[in-house]
Design a binder for this molecule. Structure first.
Ligand SMILES: Cc1cc2nc3c(=O)[nH]c(=O)nc-3n(C[C@H](O)[C@H](O)[C@H](O)COP(=O)(O)OP(=O)(O)OC[C@H]3O[C@@H](n4cnc5c(N)ncnc54)[C@H](O)[C@@H]3O)c2cc1C
Length: 440
């Protein structure tokens, strides 16, 4: 027998690691419910439980979910099923790399092997490089080289009949109940792999045509919503690109370029792992940040959606209520935290880590750095979003803000907590000082 280590690739279709595991012998499937999950929000853990539940259903009950560190569990499962080889998708995030090194060492010490095939990307990080072999620092040339490099066609679906079940010790029903789901698991379809593929098809045939014009409109909410299934690997970007490539419309190219941003951020973090915590291109001097009690109070108002700026508050309330937020609104709330409240991007990124259903380490950290003006190819620091003009432009009928702020336009809604124009000047002054310091 062989083992498939289920990681961020929780699907049966287009899954090369699972196919390899099945190539020469029957395969068993194991997902380690590791200690790192304790740091996830209840909602995110519950969503993972639903995704695993649906994969177990679709695999005829074959998926084993076991509690414990990956290295220990996979070694035990390999011994129990007499598997000499464990197949897995390669991860590129610093935590994913650390984990796979531990699993590899544990298996090899017992005369077994960990083999990798595939990655969560159309083109694995590190593959697209400049002529001289160095990594790209700027998105546009990266995206051209990425397209030129190209990717494989989607792989075949796994053979469910040839899977062999192992026992589980995690109750997915119990874990799924931590979130906001009131219905029993069986009643929920939106997280099923087949449903996600149907939704992708419907998006490509429907909203995709308007993507270029509407992608920035939180009130219309017509983007693909694929980031959540992508974060758990329920769909591979290759499958998405195979569907959009057939569409001749310009909007499909704009959409593919957003998928390329996902690949670019993963590539940047792969080459610069310190970017998960540190600014890659510091824009401000170290003393620019608000600290102490004032910082905690500002952060609290931002987190609760009580800043008095409707677009910021609607976004933060949507996040708290659903674990999701539209991309345009993410940019506005992030800019507000860094450039109006003068709090470091890492603090906001950490809050998103706990709250976002589609949390993805490289995407989150580097999008925060993009907004903060500290990334490799970031928006320049002086590009400071004005939360009011952004709202007027992208939520012109105020439908989005009204949906999330019932007390809007009543005395119960707070006054703006800062004067945006004044705080903008403060940020720009910090930036100029920062430049002076780096020249000096
Ligand atoms: C501060 C901040 C934090 C973010 N954190 C995350 C995160 O943790 N996880 C995450 O998946 N995305 C993150 N994003 C990117 C983006 O907001 C989401 O991917 C997008 O909102 C998902 O909605 P969608 O699937 O409908 O996107 P669509 O507009 O339909 O785009 C299709 C796909 O392209 C990719 N994509 C789109 N925009 C971006 C982008 N700016 N950067 C990278 N990839 C993109 C996503 O995979 C997305 O699913 C963040 C953005 C910001 C500004």
């Amino acid at each position: 027998m062989t083992l498939w280590w289920a990681r961020r690739d929780l699907r049966l279709h287009d899954n090369p690691a699972l196919l390899e595991a099945q190539a020469d012998s029957p395969a068993a499937m194991v997902f380690p419910w590791g200690p790192a999950l304790h740091f996830w929000s209840g909602r995110r853990r519950a969503h993972l439980a639903r995704v695993l539940w649906s994969l177990r259903e679709d695999s005829g009950g074959a998926l084993a979910v076991r509690r414990g560190p990956a290295a220990e569990l996979l070694l035990a499962a390999a011994q129990e099923s007499d598997a000499r080889v464990v197949w897995a998708q390669r991860e590129f995030s610093p935590a994913g790399v650390r984990e796979q090194d531990e699993v590899k060492a544990a298996l090899e010490a017992d005369g077994r092997e960990l083999r990798f095939v595939g990655s969560p990307y159309a083109v694995a990080p590190g593959r697209v490089v400049k002529g001289d072999g160095s990594p790209y620092q700027v998105f546009t040339p990266f995206s051209h080289a990425w397209r030129e490099h190209g990717w494989r066609a989607p792989a075949a679906a796994a053979d469910v009949e040839a899977l062999r079940p192992l026992d589980s010790d995690v109750s997915l029903d119990q874990e799924a109940a931590h979130g906001d789901a009131e219905d029993p698991l069986e009643a929920r379809h939106e997280f099923r792999e087949t449903q996600i593929l149907d939704d992708l098809r419907a998006f490509v045939e429907g909203d995709l045509a308007r993507y270029k014009d509407e992608r920035d409109r939180p009130d219309l909410d017509s983007t693909s919503h694929l980031s959540v299934p992508l974060a758990y690997g329920q769909v591979h970007p290759r499958t998405i690109l195979a569907a959009t490539e057939k569409v001749r419309h310009d909007a499909a190219r704009t959409f593919e370029s957003e998928v390329a941003w996902r690949e670019f951020h993963a590539d940047v973090l792969h080459h610069h792992p310190r970017g998960q915590k540190e600014s890659l291109t510091p824009a401000l001097p170290d003393d620019a940040w608000t600290t102490g009690r004032e910082a905690d109070e500002s952060f609290g108002a931002w987190r609760r959606g009580e800043t008095g700026f409707p677009l910021v508050d609607a976004g933060m309330r949507q996040l708290a209520a659903t674990g999701q937020m539209h991309n345009r609104v993410r940019m506005v709330v992030a800019s507000f935290l860094v450039k109006d409240l003068h709090l470091p991007w890492q603090r906001g990124a950490d809050h998103f880590r706990k709250a976002l259903l589609d949390y993805d380490h490289s995407q989150n950290q580097l999008n925060w750095q993009w907004v903060a003006g500290t990334g490799r190819d970031a928006a320049p620091f002086f590009r400071i979003f004005n939360p009011e003009t952004q709202a007027a432009k992208f939520d012109p009928d105020r439908r989005y803000v009204r949906r999330w702020i019932p007390e809007l336009d009543t005395p119960g809604y707070p006054m703006p907590m800062v004067d945006h124009k004044a705080e903008r000047e403060v940020s720009l002054a910090h930036m100029k000082r920062g430049k002076g310091a780096s020249k000096g």
